[in-house]
Ligand binder design. Structure first.
Ligand code: XLS
Ligand code: NI
Ligand code: NI
Length: 439
């Protein structure tokens, strides 16, 4: 049992129920409790984001690091990486999450050369393998950091310089290998620098073709290397680049379809990316799910008053309920999960805050799950929605949808049947109904 970095925390955070006042206990997340046909753990598949929680320093654009982490205190980069990994696994184990997600450069330091970076990654992958075996914690997804290194300032796959694109491709090859080696269930592509700053210097069509080629090469490499995890594309409209090509779920789906990649990918939807794109979290989940492409979720939230990716921990029950309704309706996330791509506020300097943040996020989704399951069991929305579209199941509606009639026949039908009678969408009544379930 690892116990070096969070000695004030017991071996395992336990479920104590909603009346508990213990901040280090779950009030709703009871991992073995059955909800519908699965346990809470099976429904929710929680994952910790290595970058925010273990590499994060509290630094922001205006100020130096505010967190003092003992695991960052080692001089040599490799020792620091090992200590960080041990702290991370102690945390996963004590929190009782089964998954984590990582970028190659989170778990291993970048070297002087590409070859040295690859060696560092291999070493840390070995260490992770040992810790995974000891704790039973698994990889939800791995990814490559194609945005921090200054060589990626003008893009990775979409860089105007083929040499840089080649660098990124080779880096992805190693990141897929690392994910494969660690038994990762998915692999994510997030194009933070895949976009443009100004059209004055940009050939947009060329860049999109480069991105498509890049992803095709990854698909081909996946096939030949025997990695069977699901590939996921994570949309985000902007930040760090002004305009990013995978703007939102619709844009990403169109891109995948346009370049014949659609069969090889699903989407990883992040709440705060949805709101940055001017959508709600549930809108993006619904778009992905309707296309049969909702693969995984980055669970976080933004701030309605701030227009950037604040990556806060999710606490809003309306949002978690709406998300779980969509996830339950599609019968779960398959190999995906709920990854807390969320970070502590700069002022939350205590390592204990990492526990409070994750416990709160897990409880918020556990409550969302319970509420959503009850709404589904009671069929209150399902029956209303079915009734709202009932006119398409018979008569002219059925004939329209089956293709039995065209504009000529419809015109004849309309002339005989007169004007339509408006029917209420009952939005306020349904909002009241939702409120009666949120408790
Ligand atoms: C950044 C993204 C990033 C991806 C992984 O906004 O959310 O963290 O999830 O590269
Ligand atoms: Ni993000
Ligand atoms: Ni993300």
């Amino acid at each position: 049992m690892l116990n070096n970095y969070f000695p004030q925390v017991p071996d395992r955070i336990t479920f104590e129920g909603k009346d508990s006042k213990n901040p280090l206990a779950f009030k709703y997340y009871d991992k073995n409790r059955r909800v519908g046909n699965k346990t809470m753990a099976e429904h929710l598949r929680f994952s910790v984001a290595y970058w925010h929680s273990f590499m994060g320093t509290g630094a922001d654009l205006f100020g130096a690091p505010s967190f003092k982490r003992t695991w960052h205190s080692f001089k040599s980069p490799l020792d620091r990486a090992k200590a960080t990994m041990e702290a991370a696994f102690e945390f996963f184990q004590k929190l009782g999450v089964e998954y984590y997600c990582f970028h190659d450069r989170d778990i291993a330091p970048e070297g002087e050369t590409f070859a040295e970076s690859c060696k560092n990654l291999e070493r840390l992958v070995d260490h992770a393998k040992t810790l995974q075996a000891e704790t039973g914690v698994k990889v939800l997804w791995g990814t490559a950091n194609l945005f921090s290194n200054p060589i990626y300032a003008q893009g990775a796959a979409t860089n105007p310089n083929a040499h840089v694109m080649a660098y990124a491709a080779a880096q992805v090859k190693h990141a897929i290998d690392a994910t494969h080696e660690l038994g990762g269930e998915n692999y994510v592509f997030w194009g933070g620098r895949e976009g443009y700053e100004t059209l004055l210097n940009t050939d947009m069509k060329q860049e999109q073709e480069q991105l498509a080629r890049f992803l095709h090469m990854a698909v081909e490499y996946k096939r030949t290397s025997g990695f069977t995890g699901q590939f996921l594309l994570e949309p985000k409209p902007a930040e760090p680049t002004k305009h990013q090509y995978d703007f939102d779920a619709s844009t990403a789906l169109y891109f995948l379809k346009q370049y014949d990649l659609i069969d090889h990918f699903k989407l990883n939807i992040e709440a705060n990316h949805a709101t940055l794109a001017g959508h709600s979290f549930e809108h993006e989940l619904a778009v992905a799910s309707a296309a049969g492409k909702l693969g995984s979720v980055d669970a976080n939230r933004g701030d309605t008053l701030l227009g950037w990716d604040t990556d806060q921990f999710p606490t809003d029950l309306y949002s978690t309920t709406m998300a779980m309704l969509i996830i339950l309706r599609q019968n779960g996330l398959g190999s995906g999960g709920l990854n807390f791509d969320a970070k502590l506020r700069r002022s939350s300097v205590d390592p204990l805050d990492l526990f409070y943040a994750h416990i709160g996020g897990m409880d918020a989704f556990a409550r969302g799950l319970l509420i959503a399951q009850k709404i589904l069991d009671d069929r209150v929305l399902a029956d209303f929605v079915a009734e709202r579209y009932a006119s398409y199941r018979s008569g002219i509606g059925r004939d329209i949808m089956s293709g039995a009639v065209g504009l000529n026949e419809i015109e004849q039908w309309l002339l005989q049947n007169g004007e339509p009678i408006p029917q209420s969408g009952r939005q306020e009544m349904l909002e009241n109904l939702l409120n009666s379930y949120i408790q």
